[in-house]
Ligand binder design. Structure first.
Ligand code: TYC
Length: 112
């Protein structure tokens, strides 16, 4: 039978199956990702406030503070999420901005 010799040596010589190696070495919880907005010269301030309210569940006052932080400092945090949720938020915000013909950029960064 094909591979019998290989299987036998794995069983008797205690080789590590490479497909299991990742499971054996992964320690700790999965990383979290920070979702950020980047400043630009063209997206209207009120559009950014709406994005923060609609996609990140912020109240108008908090959304305005985050928008102004992005406007003055170049970037600002929208939230911190597991990888799949962060990636979905990034895609949704960038699609929404493009639908409205704004250059707004939403990105994600792995947490330290
Ligand atoms: N700088 C933009 C303006 O003056 C406003 C803005 C804020 C754009 C935050 C993007 O992520 C952003 N209209």
């Amino acid at each position: 039978m094909r591979n019998r010799g290989e299987w036998n040596s794995m069983a008797t010589e205690h080789h590590i199956d490479p497909q299991l190696a990742e499971q054996e070495t992964r320690v700790g919880p999965p990383p979290l990702y920070t979702v950020l907005l980047m400043n630009d010269d063209y997206t209207p301030m009120e559009f950014v406030v709406v994005v923060l309210q609609q996609f990140f569940a912020m109240a108008h006052e908090q959304a305005n503070m985050v928008m102004l932080k992005v406007h003055t400092e170049g970037r600002g945090v929208c939230g911190v999420y597991p990888k799949d949720i962060a990636a979905t938020k990034v895609d949704e915000v960038n699609s929404f901005a493009r639908q409205h013909h704004h250059p707004l950029q939403c990105i994600m960064e792995v947490q330290e």
